[in-house]
Design a protein around this ligand. Structure first.
Ligand code: GAR
Length: 204
């Protein structure tokens, strides 16, 4: 049997996308990779409780505690290396990674973003702000994108996208929820399985 790709999921907050990955793993949708580690940039993140509930090891690496971007990324690289991580998934991870970091892992970092890239993305577009921007612009369709991470924020190669309708009366909160349910929680696990499988097949 092929060895499963070792995945680290990087989180900062609620961790519903982490939960979607855990559920996909339990359901056999994610089968070419295994969630080996959760790294949180925020010691208070609820995502850490989700990891604990499923007996997934977790570690907090915060920029503030490390004293700056360089030390933060150096610590992150140490943790990833020590744990033999082969695929990094940013699932609501709110710290931008520098080129020094991303260039070490070409096509080995995946991000989920809550819009149809190239709309409403890049520096400053994260979380609810993305949905506020979509509603303010007046677009009728939004969605989510899973993409590889390179040195350009939200600029790496697209892996999957799914569209979601905007409904009359939507608020940033209602739209965020619908984009998560109909798009993010579906395409993130599928993308992670696809890339895990590619990595698994390449190392045999
Ligand atoms: C998700 O909507 C994710 O796409 C977004 O933050 C939310 C995290 O929720 N990420 C970004 O905006 C990154 N630019 P979660 O912690 O419940 O998964």
């Amino acid at each position: 049997m092929l060895r499963r790709t070792k995945i680290a999921v990087l989180v900062s907050g609620g961790g519903t996308n982490l939960q979607a990955l855990i559920d996909a793993q339990n359901a056999g949708i994610l089968q070419s990779g295994e969630i080996s580690l959760v790294i949180s940039s925020n010691p208070e993140a609820y995502a850490l409780e989700r990891a604990a509930k499923h007996a997934i090891p977790s570690v907090v690496v915060s920029k503030r505690q490390c004293g700056g971007q360089e030390a933060f990324e150096a610590r992150m690289i140490d943790v990833l290396t020590e744990n033999g991580i082969e695929l990094i998934v940013l699932a609501g991870f709110m710290t931008i990674l520098s080129e020094a970091f991303t260039s070490r892992y070409p096509r080995r970092i995946i991000n989920v973003h809550p819009s149809l890239i190239p709309s409403f993305c890049g520096a400053g577009f994260y979380g609810l702000r993305v949905h506020e921007a979509a509603l303010n612009y007046g677009v009728k369709v939004t969605g989510a994108t899973v993409h590889f991470v390179n040195e350009i924020p939200d600029g790496g190669e697209i892996i999957m996208q799914r569209a979601v309708e905007i409904l009359p009366g939507d608020t940033p909160e209602s739209l965020q929820r619908r984009v998560m349910e109909q798009a993010e929680w579906k395409i993130l696990p599928l993308s992670v399985e696809q890339v895990s499988k590619e990595i698994q097949e390449n190392k045999e």
